[in-house]
Design a protein. Structure first.
Length: 362
């Protein structure tokens, strides 16, 4: 058995220890204390238990140390914390792990990202779900993955992602509507739809109707002047492609844009809605069936089967309610800078940083 000591900034142990000590965000330290070093500490303070040591330090030095045991024979997991740069945030996370009887074996940090190796009897996805309220309150991303995560970067896999407000920063239909002076009206409908408060098919049909009569050349103008890739999008896609992964877009937006990004990013697949254009004008209609929530899930399942990729090796990323079915079906489903309801229901949520944060989880 090992014992974790979370040492606040500026606190130094009174004796020399041989156990590993790791730097934490905010200048603290985490000691993974061996049985021998724990005995030396009890002896130094004249205490029978580590709990008494904790009380003695608090009374004599006015320092609060969190001390809790670690079961080495329990399952090992990795914790990824994005946006954690201060000690108090890290301390609250450790206190939650302590309540769950989860031990910390290693800590490594870089700007904006802290990775911990954990040991405990709670499985990774359950632990991620239990920490979700803490994640929301502290405004950091917390994801717990198995020591050998599923999916794994070292094996071929499949990434399918949403386009609007995921691959790109924009909602294409809102930007198109701006050229008719109705962006606010359309954007309000888009927002309600993405939050799951309006039926997607009905809201899509209504928004497209409002575009009737617009010159089709506006689509190219929007692409050239308005659309921006999300931070980390290219890094994520290139990183996965370099490891033999298939990548694709499944969007409730328009093929004019999905086809462009398929070619630009070297994607293997894209799917979107086809706007009807007659005599160079948008008719207010579309061709074929609408790409909705079920379509996205079906595409994920179908492409995984077509390319002989196990579902455990799939990733789905999106931000809206219409992305949830594919997010829930994937080996790793991620709500990216998503609406509150989507963050709540998705297995993983990334609300800080770029899309390339996904690579940290693999």
């Amino acid at each position: 058995m090992l014992t974790n000591f979370l040492l606040p900034p500026s606190f130094e142990l009174p004796i020399q220890v041989n156990s590993p000590v790791f730097a934490t965000p905010g200048g603290g330290q985490l000691l993974v204390c061996s049985t021998h070093d724990a005995y030396k500490l009890r002896e130094h303070y004249g205490c029978a238990t580590l709990q008494e040591v904790q009380i003695r330090i608090s009374m004599q030095e006015g320092k609060r140390l969190d001390i809790w045991p670690s079961e080495l024979d329990a399952a090992h997991m990795n914790a990824h914390i994005h946006g954690c740069n201060d000690f108090n945030t890290f301390k609250e996370l450790c206190e939650s792990l302590m309540l769950e009887r989860i031990g910390v074996l290693q800590v490594s940090t870089r700007e904006g990202h802290c990775r911990m190796q954990l040991t405990g009897s709670v499985d990774a996805k359950t632990m991620t779900a239990r920490l979700r309220p803490l994640s929301e309150r502290l405004q950091v991303d917390i994801a717990i993955t198995a020591l050998k995560p599923s999916p794994r970067l070292s094996e071929p896999g499949l990434l399918l992602m949403d386009m609007d407000s995921t691959l790109i920063r924009n909602e294409c239909i809102d930007e198109i509507a701006d050229f008719m002076g109705i962006k606010a009206q359309v954007a309000a409908i888009t927002q309600l739809s993405m939050e799951g408060k309006l039926d997607f098919v009905a809201s899509f049909t209504e928004r497209v109707k409002l575009l009737k009569g617009l010159d089709a050349g506006v689509l190219q103008t929007v692409l050239d002047e308005r659309i921006e890739l999300t931070e980390g999008a290219e890094a994520l896609i290139k990183g996965l492609q370099a490891h033999g992964w298939k990548t694709g877009l499944v969007s409730g937006g328009f093929t004019f844009f999905t086809s462009y990004f398929e070619q630009r990013l070297g994607l293997d697949f894209s799917m979107g809605n086809v706007l009807e254009i007659v005599d160079g004008k948008l008719t207010g209609g579309f061709i074929g069936e609408i790409v909705d929530a079920n379509s996205k899930r079906t595409a994920l399942l179908g492409k995984a089967k077509e390319w002989n990729i196990p579902m455990s090796q799939t990733i789905a990323i999106g931000d809206g309610a219409n992305d949830l079915p594919m997010i829930e079906a994937a080996g790793m489903g991620i709500a990216f800078h998503a609406k509150p309801r989507v963050r709540e229901l998705a297995p993983y949520a990334l609300s800080h940083g770029g899309l390339d944060r996904t690579l940290d989880l693999l």
